[in-house]
Design a protein around this ligand. Sequence first.
Ligand SMILES: O[C@H]1[C@H](O)[C@@H](O)[C@H](O)[C@@H](O)[C@H]1O
Length: 640
Amino acid sequence: MSRKSSDDYNLRSMSNLMGERRKRASDDGERSLIKAPSSASLSTAGPSATSPAPADLERAARKQLQQDVTPGFIYVLAVFSAIGGFLFGYDTGVVSGAMLLLKRDMNVTALWQELLVSGTVAAAAVSALLGAYLNGLFGRRVCILMASFTFAIGAIVLGSAPNKEALLVGRLVVGLGLGIASMTVPVYIAETSPPHMRGRLVTINTLFITAGQFTASVIDGAFSYMQHEGWRYMLGLSVVPALLQFLGFLFLPESPRWLIQKGLTQKARRVLSQIRGNQNIDEEYDTIKSSIEEEEKDCGGGGPVIWRMLTYPPTRRALIVGCGLQMFQQLSGINTVMYYSATILQMSGVRDDKLAIWLVTVTAFTNFLFTLLGVWLVERVGRRRLTLGSIFGTVLSLCILSVGFLLSAQHSPPVTLHVTDPTTPNSSCTTHLSCEPCMLDPSCGYCYQENSTAVFASSCVPVNPASTERAAWGKCSNSTHVPDSGIWAYNFCPTSYSWVVLVGLVLYLASFAPGMGPMPWTVNSEIYPLWARSTGNACSAGVNWTFNVLVSLTFLHMAQYLTYYGVFFLYSSLALTGFFFIYGCLPETKGRRLEEIESLFENRLCSCGISDSDEDRQVEYIRVKGSNYHLSDNDASDVE
Ligand SMILES: O[C@H]1[C@H](O)[C@@H](O)[C@H](O)[C@@H](O)[C@H]1O
């Protein structure tokens, strides 16, 4: 029976609801009986006139459960861990603004720019894989301490770098921290959270990633006015959150699951009691312990963990799902949309560079805001439906973006002045007849004048080798925007279809951010059994970083061959493939114990479109004891 369709609130449907609560309750090891006011009057005959209304009972149980189950300490843990996510977002986001100033201060070439941007992401891909080994050996807490320490050192090196070589070292160090943090933090949060709020707490980590990206854009905007050395503040300021996390984690506990795995059982019990507040931890402790013992029996074969994962069907399937999710997240083009939002905004008529920088802040904030929606939705609609809805919207909005770029290209203004500078007579720019090919050629830009209705006196001229902000010569060589002489358009074309692109951009963020942004991280933190968890997360984080660098590095080259609309159409097709993959292969993990999730991968891969979450769950009996009730899935003798 579907929960939603059940208007008539009978015993079975109530049992369904309560069964789920009970499951959640026992999942996290709390007392198996949930107190509810006057529940003694509850009987198997259904709600009577004297019984409290089931809805009230449900509300009361929920309230009680929340009071019992959620000690504030769990939020402290999640927030301090998620600072790792903040640093992830900050360090990947801040570099584009810093680069604008670095280009002037240190004269960094295009190659060095690419090294400084992609070096961090590439280092993160490698260190995420290394993180599996470190996690197994030292535990989650020590890994988070290592990551925050590394972030802090990287930030200090960056802030005080005397030359570009030192900058590269700083960016690589930051990348090492990023990789470890990106795979450890979701695992740590998942392992310490109670099941009914695990999805929400792990999703907070992605919320912090987007908060980091937003903060980076604000800091970039603020320090862009400081023409000299402003980049030192941009890059160096992340030392503050890094130190905060380091200090916090000196006092925070290790994951109880890792402790039990290492045989540190007394310590694990202490930590469990600490993070579960006033609850009885026996059940949770026993469940974790016996599942570890079982895992050791089942997967006791030798060899490296990755080999055991690949040869054991449930973990192999989980790994395919986890890595596939991360791959499709990046193939949906999030980082090109984030990175090129400045260009997109310039196309829509924002010609002032400073204003464009501030508008990027709006994009980053939109991403943050819709990720917040994901935090709210994840425990309500579940991971599967959230991810499916999100990727479906992503496919559509990428199509809109593509159509917007197509219309702009089709109505691209022509080159009307064919001027050649004697110093660069062989420039490819002279061959372009309209703005579109001129804009796609990285060595050229479009220089034009406009009145209220049309573009005129337009030419395609080489870009200044020292700065893409002006032309190499001619009327656009002095400033980016002098209406009476010329407007310099690098990377964009004036168009009247920019509103289509803008609509596409907003819809893209609104669809991607609540689901496809956070769910790959959240799902990965829950789908592997303990023995495979670090390795599974390391592999999937490695896949995320690898595809991140691949997509962002190839974007401009692909745009040259396929044009902007071609590239966004390609992303849209890839996202559509992702939709089918998710539809077929991603099971619902909401509300389940980490120990129980492995069983979801026992069936053939990609046969899960049919078993949607709790709608299938049949709860048949209800047990009432004194002032407590306990709903049971299968024990008829419980009914009293
Ligand atoms: O989940 C995150 C988030 O969506 C970010 O906005 C994006 O930049 C990252 O690459 C991604 O992994």
